[in-house]
Design a protein around this ligand. Structure first.
Ligand code: SF4
Length: 596
């Protein structure tokens, strides 16, 4: 019988036919061209454009952003912060962005497009927007979608009609430098130390707002005072005079530094560092800020569950639609929110750099298998790694030192940064610390850390939809919850929709946390052997106890602010015989005054 089937003789022929067919289909699909991605060449932001170019940025809390803007302005730049991303921005992000992105990408990308559209509505032409504005943002090489943010910004801007709008990365000097070598944004000593102060102050102030506001006696006072206080700090950061040895140095030194550039630069570096960290103006500004905050009257006997916020970097920081206004909601529901400082994230990056340097050293070391008698090579292998670790270690120490110093100068009640090594150790049985992306092992580590140290009644993880690292840690968290039975942990997936649903889930978990906080308070009150009337009478007689910066020593094992406070007041009453004699409320003998 005749057949149309072609006889194939051997494997080589099959392979050749497959190759030919693959090539044909790739050609039809337009995939026969080289497909390697090349980053588009960005128009440079040059020094001569500085006077008429506004730098846009965003993504932090209003406290961080006001302070960062002041540093930009103090260094001679025009700068504006973007509004807090909202649902309208999210929808614009979805309209103009790629499919399948994570939630923060849509919010932040849409927010930028929305702001440019607003400028257009205000009467600016597209050319004016393209030429007179640049957007600065952080960049990364991944592995999560953070590595694609820059490309996403460009894609959505192009789709929205703003093709050519400049998106510049802080880490990327190519986009910032002009062809002439004179960059539009110069990373000077003043800029660097100013930003360091702005970030640390932003973190500390953010922590303080959430510690003080739930206990304020006069509603609205905290917000008013903090806005005024941040304005004062911004004024200092913006208007401060930059140290110049030729102007501010002693007379005898001026002619010497004028002639010698190296000497001049060295004095300027140390002089500026001193001015930024220990300068009279800066310390005065911090003292004024502290006094303003300390004028707020607080009542720390209110029993509130402490809710620690963890999750993805952006979702746990933003104060708007991006996380369903979660902090505001929690406070409305009677909780005290424990926010996460950005400084933890930076400390985590440094911890990761150290861990990865150690893990990769067997591959990266200069001599792979030296003989036992090749001492020089062994020494080179040893010292090469040490040098790396010492450098990172010095950076970590300085970062922690300056953060905690800022916290001390601003009243001394800000929470300390959680130790990175302990977070990694706690997370280790559940999450490999070398798995990078997003918050990595941090979310698991923090959940356990705040639970076992009894620093919070409940941990709430805010995780954007479509977030790859959050999905990974969600899997690990179920094992964590099984091991720590008294843990109240709730992961909430944040998106542009579903606010009511998310709030109702939080309400349910918060109900349990409230019971936990109330039980702890009652146990502590019982242990003091005193009544609330007696404790209140003592507080009324000692107005310093109504000031936010009155220092209440921390007791191990007690998470609630009110419980900690009454234990401390009870200790004071026990020592105060004068009060005991004249008290109108009969003083009872304490059972045990303990934090357990
Ligand atoms: S951590 Fe998650 S939400 Fe954040 S950029 Fe990466 S993938 Fe997106």
């Amino acid at each position: 019988m005749a057949t149309n089937l072609v006889q194939i003789e051997n494997d080589a022929e099959i392979k050749a036919r497959l190759e030919a067919e693959r090539a044909r289909l790739r050609k039809i699909a337009g995939l026969d061209q080289p497909t390697h991605f090349h980053r588009p060449i960005e128009r440079a932001f040059t020094a001569d454009q500085r006077a008429h170019t506004t730098i846009l940025f965003g993504g932090f809390t209003w406290k961080h952003e006001d302070l960062i803007r002041a540093v930009f302005q103090g260094c001679g730049y025009k700068c504006e912060k973007l509004p807090v991303p909202d649902v309208a921005g999210f929808q614009i992000g979805k309209e103009y962005g790629n499919n399948g992105q994570c939630n923060p990408t849509y919010f932040t990308v849409g927010n930028l497009v929305q702001y440019l559209q607003f400028l257009e509505k205000e009467g600016l032409s597209r050319d004016q927007i393209l030429n007179n504005y640049v957007f600065f943002t952080a960049g990364s090489c991944g592995p999560c979608r953070f590595g694609m943010y820059e490309a996403e910004y460009r894609f959505a801007l192009k789709n929205a009609g703003f093709d050519g709008f400049r998106v510049l990365l802080f880490k990327d000097s190519d986009g910032i430098k002009a062809a002439s070598g004179e960059p539009g944004l110069k990373f000077t000593i003043d800029f660097g130390f100013g930003m360091l102060n702005a970030l640390h102050l932003g973190d500390v102030i953010n922590d303080l707002v959430y510690q003080i506001r739930p206990y304020e006696v006069n509603k609205g006072e905290t917000d008013r005072v903090f806005h005024e206080m941040v304005d004062g700090l911004c004024k200092d950061l913006r208007d401060r005079k930059s140290f110049e040895i030729e102007r501010d140095g002693p007379e005898w030194l001026k002619p010497k530094v004028k002639k010698n550039k190296i000497l001049r630069n060295t004095f300027n570096v140390f002089g500026k560092w001193h001015e930024h960290m220990w300068g009279k103006d800066y310390l005065n500004a911090l003292r004024n800020a502290r006094e303003e905050m300390n004028s707020i009257e607080v009542d720390r006997t209110r029993v509130k569950p402490t809710v620690k916020i963890t999750g993805e970097f952006w979702a746990q920081t933003t104060e708007g639609d991006g996380n369903f206004h979660m902090f505001e909601f929690l406070e409305r529901e009677g909780a005290q929110v424990l926010v996460e400082p950005i400084a933890t994230w930076v400390a985590y990056l440094m911890y990761q750099a150290r861990a990865h340097a150690k893990a990769k050293w067997p591959v990266n070391k200069p001599y792979k298998n030296p003989e036992w008698h090749e001492f020089k090579k062994h020494f080179a292998n040893y010292i090469g790694l040490r040098k790396k670790l010492w450098g990172i270690g010095a950076g970590r120490k300085m970062w922690n030192f300056f953060y905690h110093r800022t916290a001390d100068k601003m009243g001394g009640i800000t929470h300390h940064l959680a130790p990175q090594q302990e977070l990694a150790d706690l997370a280790a049985p559940f999450y490999n610390q070398l798995a990078r992306g997003g918050e990595g092992h941090l979310e698991v580590g923090k959940n356990i850390y705040y639970t076992v140290h009894k620093l919070a009644h409940m941990v709430l993880a805010l995780k954007p939809f479509g977030c790859m690292p959050s999905t990974q840690s969600d899997g690990a968290q179920s094992a964590v919850i099984n091991k720590f039975k008294d843990m109240i942990f709730l992961p909430i997936e944040t998106s542009g929709e579903g606010e009511v649903n998310a709030h109702s889930r939080v309400q349910m978990a918060l109900g349990e946390a409230k019971v936990k906080a109330k039980g702890e308070f009652e146990q502590c009150l019982k242990a003091t052997g005193k009544s609330m009337a007696e404790i209140r009478e003592y507080i009324d007689e000692h107005p310093e106890l109504k000031r936010p910066f009155y220092h209440v020593p921390h007791r191990e094992g007690v998470a609630g602010t009110a419980a900690q406070f009454i234990l401390h007041v009870s200790d004071r009453i026990n020592k105060d015989t004068r009060f005991q004699k004249k008290s109108r409320v009969p003083v009872q003998t304490p059972a045990t005054v303990s934090g357990d």
